[in-house]
Write a protein that binds this ligand. Structure first.
Ligand SMILES: Nc1ncnc2c1ncn2[C@@H]1O[C@H](COP(=O)(O)OP(=O)(O)O)[C@@H](O)[C@H]1O
Ligand SMILES: [Mg+2]
Length: 615
């Protein structure tokens, strides 16, 4: 892959405009289709939490049986056991000896089942959520306008799909599970404590606002650091990507220390922000634990006061204290997942911001099964988004159907820009382009592009066989002979025959192993195969030697005869025969005519021509 123009602005640092509730609701929207799995999971966790409470309650059963008091049947477990199974000829201790172990085993098994159901189905839901988010983000890249690619570096985009989605995964699987399970446990334990003695529970009500405050403050910090970590991961990926892609340049130009510096910088920023996050994380848990322990201490003090003790059996008191003690673990877990949760929310925020970006505009409704290929360009002006330099200025041009137009001009004069506008990769600021008399904006985007075959300046090949690279996309099911034929027309047959598996050789990453000229020939074969009425060749033969270029030129001449062709050529010798040559300079057409006319007229064309031939 070639590097694209660097970002005009780094939108990874721009924060999404969604507020927290919108993020939660939107995430919840992904869960809705799987509500029954979600409900099943909730049920499982509910069983798990109740199991926890009832196990605490069983201690009351045990203790009050040991003391042989009449309070023994007052608990939940003991109450049920006595009502259903107790017969008066049994001793209380004898009964408890069988009933308590049995209750422990049954409750533990039920709790285990609840845990399994809760965990497994919550994962089910979470994995769906992540999968859908990832696919939506990927699909977005398929419809994003070109400006999106201009504004983001490749590394940053890749890191959005890999790192950011992974952050949501963490939040959705681990954090969501803990959030649901432990919240239910807290609620269940607390309800049980209220049921045993509501006045004692007031101690917890007193510390609750403090706990909420800590959670809130820490959460806000987590989010801030998470955003920075995300952005820095984008930079880390970008620098790695660049260094891998340009490893030759890096070495030849001695850029190692520069690349190392940039990478160190990005990675170090990541380290510092992660450390800040870890600091907040490490502080928050002990603080919360201390708050809880203080509450627990106060609780014991109050619980052992004579008037409270009077209303309690020893068993109930112990059950109450056990339940209170058990609150510690879920509270700790809940505070522990804050960092994961906030990372996930920060990532979701960024993903949603991406998803909310506008697609390539596709509001046209016109469809033609085949066009003649008459292109009329009227008063076209264009600047690349985010720049104020004019790339095309009041450009008008008429290309009759079936004719060949050559665009020539110095590099940077706007030739590639013009053909990109014809394929609607960008929209003009003013003026319009007509294809067969219909503004190209009125075509459905896919239909418009089906009429155009483009070989661009930078050939991109896919990590697949030569065969599949030629028969790429909508062309996938053409007969094999046709592929061989177009390979021959593009003069690619000779080098293909030399590949280890011929046309079925898998090309590496971006056509690795092929020379520039060979890659261009594969791209030309692809374009010939498409057989579209409009053929655009943007310096498509620039990497070929003179001989191959002449040879391809003959093949192309045949193909060009039946279609509208726009050729951008760096060698003027290849455009002499064009029906019409347009000379571009500074974004507009400065001269137009045949080769001979232009040569006679002097000007840029004559200059370029003579320079080429004096070399
Ligand atoms: N993606 C882009 N974003 C901003 N400016 C661009 C972009 N691509 C090209 N340009 C600018 O537009 C002008 C015309 O470029 P281009 O059409 O590629 O020239 P040519 O193909 O004639 O060499 C140049 O000044 C170039 O710097
Ligand atoms: Mg160009």
């Amino acid at each position: 892959m070639t590097t694209r123009p660097r970002a005009m602005y780094s939108s990874t640092r721009r924060q999404g405009k969604l507020n927290d509730w919108e993020i939660y609701l939107r995430l919840l929207g992904y869960v809705v289709p799987y509500w029954y799995l979600f409900a099943l999971s909730l049920l499982g966790y509910l069983v798990y939490s109740l199991g926890n409470v009832l196990l605490a309650d069983t201690m009351q059963f045990l203790l009050d049986a040991l003391n042989d008091t009449s309070d023994v049947a007052n608990g939940i477990v003991s109450g049920v056991a006595y009502r259903l199974f107790y017969s008066p000829d049994m001793g209380r201790l004898e009964f408890a000896r069988v009933a308590v172990p049995l209750a422990i085993v049954l409750l533990t098994l039920t709790r285990a089942l609840g845990f399994f159901v809760g965990t497994y189905f919550m994962n089910h839901v979470a994995r769906h959520l992540v999968h859908e988010l990832r696919c939506e983000l990927f699909d977005k890249m398929l419809v994003a306008p070109s400006a999106y690619y201009d504004a983001h570096s490749q590394g940053v985009l890749i890191s959005k799909i890999t790192f950011n989605v992974e952050q949501v995964t963490g939040a959705a699987t681990k954090a969501l599970k803990i959030l649901v399970r432990e919240s239910l446990t807290v609620v269940a334990l607390f309800s049980y404590m209220l049921y045993l003695n509501w006045r004692l529970c007031l101690v917890f009500v007193a510390v609750a606002p403090l706990i909420a405050l800590v959670v809130r403050v820490v959460g806000r910090h987590f989010r801030r650091y998470s955003r920075r970590i995300q952005a820095s991961m984008g930079d880390v990926t970008q620098v790695s990507n660049e260094t891998i892609g340009a490893y030759r340049e890096v070495r030849i130009f001695g850029g190692q220390s520069q690349q190392r510096e940039r990478f160190r910088h990005a990675s170090d920023y990541n380290r510092v922000q992660s450390l800040k996050l870890a600091f907040a994380d490490a502080v928050s848990t002990p603080v919360l634990q201390t708050l809880l322990a203080l509450a627990l201490a106060a609780l014991v003090w109050f619980a052992l006061s004579p008037d409270i003790l009077a209303g309690f059996s020893a068993g109930s008191l112990v059950a109450f204290l056990i339940a209170a003690g058990q609150l510690g673990k879920p509270m700790r877990q809940l505070s522990g997942i804050q960092s994961v949760l906030q990372r996930g929310l920060a990532a979701a925020e960024d993903i949603f911001a991406q998803l909310d970006l506008e697609d390539e505009i596709d509001t046209g409704t016109h469809s033609a099964s085949r066009v003649n290929g008459h292109i009329a360009i009227a008063d076209l002006s264009f600047s690349y988004p985010g720049t104020d330099r004019v790339a095309l200025r009041n450009l008008s041009l008429d290309i009759p159907a079936g004719s060949t137009l050559a665009l020539v001009g110095r590099s940077g004069s706007g030739k590639s820009t013009l053909v990109q506008l014809i394929a609607r990769f960008y929209r003009p600021d003013s003026g319009q382009i007509l294809l067969d008399g219909v503004p190209i904006d009125d075509y459905r985007l896919a239909n418009l592009r089906s009429h155009i075959a483009l070989v661009s300046q930078e050939v991109t090949l896919f990590n697949d066989t030569v065969y599949n690279n030629i028969a790429y996309g909508a062309l996938a099911d053409v007969p094999r002979e046709r592929i061989d034929e177009v390979a021959r027309l593009a003069c690619a047959d000779v080098f293909i025959a030399r590949l280890p598996n011929g046309i079925d050789t898998v090309l590496g990453d971006d056509g690795g192993g092929l020379s520039g000229g060979e890659r261009q020939r594969v791209a030309i074969a692809r374009a010939i195969l498409k057989g579209a009425p409009v053929l655009i060749l943007d310096e498509a033969t620039s990497a070929l030697d003179n001989e191959s270029e002449n040879y391809i030129q003959q093949a192309l001449d045949n193909i060009m005869r039946q279609r509208t062709t726009i050729v951008i050529a760096h060698r003027l010798s290849t455009v002499e025969k064009a029906d019409c040559i347009a000379v571009m300079d500074a974004g507009t057409i400065v001269a137009i005519g045949t080769h001979d006319e232009l040569l006679q007229r002097g000007g840029i064309y004559a200059q370029l021509y003579h320079r080429e031939f004096s070399d």
